[in-house]
Design a protein around this ligand. Structure first.
Ligand SMILES: [Zn+2]
Length: 321
């Protein structure tokens, strides 16, 4: 009797919990979407596994199309499409089912996975994707990347249809971080997928590297790309990054204009991607560590010390949204 009473109490308790859960889920579903402003602290998958409500968008260039597919709380996956052959690559497909449905609806041939780094919010979908699509080449430069079958090095090149992919080693956020620079045959289209190395208005944390390495990645490797190269990064962190940038350079006009533009975009739940290398050089403090205005803020004239100071200050910076 006691046991059955306890069972009854337990099951009614569970039923009550279930009702609460369903009510909470439903009310969340019916809550109008608000601007999603995230601080750049998460590098592991969010507990909220629901697909992001951020709108997808497509960038249509002369020879290539880039589809932005938001995932998790603030990640971006990408589909890179060669228009002439319909061959495609995907960058950091953490939610592979969304990639596969986009590939099928567009009638594409997906051949390649470009993995920027091993963190789970970028690479966790690889194993599932290779089980859904046969014959995929999975690129990266870290044994911790799932389903990796093509280890790439600096300046390695390969084709996706008529497009050329050049691998750029940018270790610091992680030891094996790779950025992928993609060009059309006539070089009229140029884009770079920067993962968690370069963000719009900021850069990734130095989890496995040094200020020297991030300086090399941002101020030598990525800064030397043509200024009109489109920048496609791994997270939607633009507004909080630019609020910090404004703290560093309050008189930078390009920066304040970009911040206002980014706030308007986010209020409409629209991505702030892509940027360009040229734009980043005008307002991203981590790419401007040789500028007097940025060095003055950090009270040093050494670019590496400036990089170190910026990263440490940014780690503790609480933007006023
Ligand atoms: Zn990361």
């Amino acid at each position: 009797m006691i046991a059955s009473a306890r069972r009854a109490r337990l099951s009614s308790y569970r039923l009550g919990d279930l009702k609460k859960l369903i009510t909470a889920r439903l009310s969340r579903l019916h809550t109008p979407s608000r601007p999603r402003l995230h601080t750049p602290t998460l590098h592991t998958p969010s507990l909220l596994r629901a697909a992001s409500t951020m709108s997808r968008s497509t960038v249509d260039l002369g020879h290539m199309t880039i589809k932005l597919l938001p995932a998790l709380s603030d990640n971006y996956m990408y589909l890179l499409i060669d228009k002439s052959t319909k061959q495609a690559a995907t960058v950091d497909p953490v939610k592979p089912e969304h990639i596969v449905s986009a590939v099928e609806s567009e009638g594409l041939h997906l051949s390649t996975v470009l993995t920027t780094h091993h963190h789970l919010d970028h690479a966790e979908g690889n194993e599932k994707l290779v089980s859904m699509v046969t014959g995929l080449t999975v690129c990266g430069n870290d044994d911790r990347i799932g389903a990796l079958n093509k280890t790439v090095k600096h300046n390695d090149q390969f084709k996706v249809g008529s497009l050329t992919v050049t691998c750029l080693e940018t270790p610091c956020h992680t030891k094996g971080h790779i950025c992928y620079y993609v060009t059309s045959e006539d070089l009229s289209d140029k884009v770079v997928f920067t993962g968690d190395t370069l963000f719009v208005g900021g850069c990734g944390r130095f989890f496995e590297g040094t200020p020297e390495q991030m300086h090399h990645a941002l101020c030598q490797v990525l800064s030397s790309l043509p200024p009109d190269t489109g920048v496609y990064c791994g997270h939607e962190y633009t507004v909080s990054n630019l609020l910090y940038a404004q703290h560093v350079e309050p008189d930078n006009k390009a920066l304040s204009e970009k911040l206002q533009w980014a706030k308007d975009k986010r209020e409409r739940d629209t991505p702030t991607i892509p940027s360009t290398i040229g734009q980043e050089l005008s307002f991203n403090p981590f790419m401007r560590v040789s500028e007097a205005s940025v060095q003055n803020h950090c009270k040093t004239t050494d670019p590496i010390s400036t990089m170190k100071f910026l990263r440490e200050e940014k780690n503790g910076f609480k933007p006023k949204m």
